[in-house]
Design a protein around this ligand. Structure first.
Ligand SMILES: O=C(O)CCC(=O)C(=O)O
Length: 269
């Protein structure tokens, strides 16, 4: 497969319907091994350079044992910017969400170190001061990712329910959502990722990942997209994200600051 970062990926109507009903989708052959190798090297270099977590794993809390987290790498590296600005990825996001275009919310690398811990059940959007539920995270593993490395798992259909949306990522969110999994109408989806496979999940889909039981780091890049018409909302409840990613734009105004460029727009519509 020899694809570029910008050529369209052929999404079927069934795949779009699957995403909207299940709250997530895993798509094979989105990126080629060559692209992942080239851009993965630069992303990893930037993660090493920008990472600020240097405590040994045993001295960290559950959140920081789960992964090294480096955000908005595109603002530090022109090469990573090319990757994050991939029209292929952004167009998939827009088509899944059913909107005319998407903006960047932010990117983040999530590197689960060897012996790194599990990622607790959570939803992403609890942190986001945004007016719309048309948000989606692309989870892009930079290597083949078997379950024992900490592949991302989903609670299918969970975006249809409002319970537990207020839980931030913690031991408590893991416990409460795990209990809900055992009694609720969710389907646990736990599958490995092939090289080149990318998943997309809504901001309100419950997801988690197991620990990294392998000897190699689980290297993942993510890109978070929102409908380009999304406005800022409830900023006082999400102040940290509001300041860091929304340029402190007031509630009710378009979330269109310098960190939120339009990454794909359907010019035909
Ligand atoms: O990579 C992980 O372990 C968690 C990923 C996640 O929570 C996300 O991408 O929203």
């Amino acid at each position: 497969m020899n694809v570029s970062l910008h050529e369209p990926y052929a999404l079927s109507a069934e795949q779009i319907e699957f995403f909207r009903s299940h709250g997530y989708i895993k798509l094979k052959d989105v990126l080629s091994p060559e692209l992942l190798d080239t851009y993965g090297r630069e992303i990893s270099q930037e993660v090493r350079r920008l990472n600020t977590m240097h405590l040994p794993l045993e001295e960290r809390n559950t959140y920081s044992r789960a992964f090294l987290q480096v955000i908005n790498i595109w603002t530090h590296s022109e090469v990573v910017k090319q990757f994050v600005f991939s029209k292929r990825l952004a167009r998939i996001a827009a088509e899944l969400l059913g909107c005319d275009g998407v903006r960047l919310y932010h990117d983040q690398a999530l590197y689960k170190e060897p012996s790194g811990g599990f990622t607790p059940w959570h939803v992403d959007q609890v942190y986001w001061p945004l007016s719309s539920e048309k948000t989606v995270t692309a989870w892009i593993p930079l290597q083949e990712t078997p379950l024992e490395m900490g592949a991302l798992c989903f609670a299918a259909h969970s975006h249809h329910y409002e319970e537990h949306r207020n839980l931030t990522i913690s031991d408590e969110s893991e416990r409460i959502i795990q209990e809900a999994m055992e009694t609720g109408n969710y389907e646990y989806v736990e599958e490995p990722f092939d090289l080149g496979e990318v998943s997309f999940h809504y901001g309100y889909t419950y997801h988690r990942a197991g620990p990294n039981c392998s000897a190699a780091p689980r290297e993942v890049m993510t890109v978070i997209y929102m409908d380009k018409e999304t406005k800022v909302a409830s900023s006082h409840e999400c102040e940290s994200d509001w300041i860091s990613f929304c340029d402190s734009i007031p509630d009710g105004e378009l979330c269109a600051g310098p960190l939120n460029p339009v990454l794909y727009e359907n010019t035909a519509s």
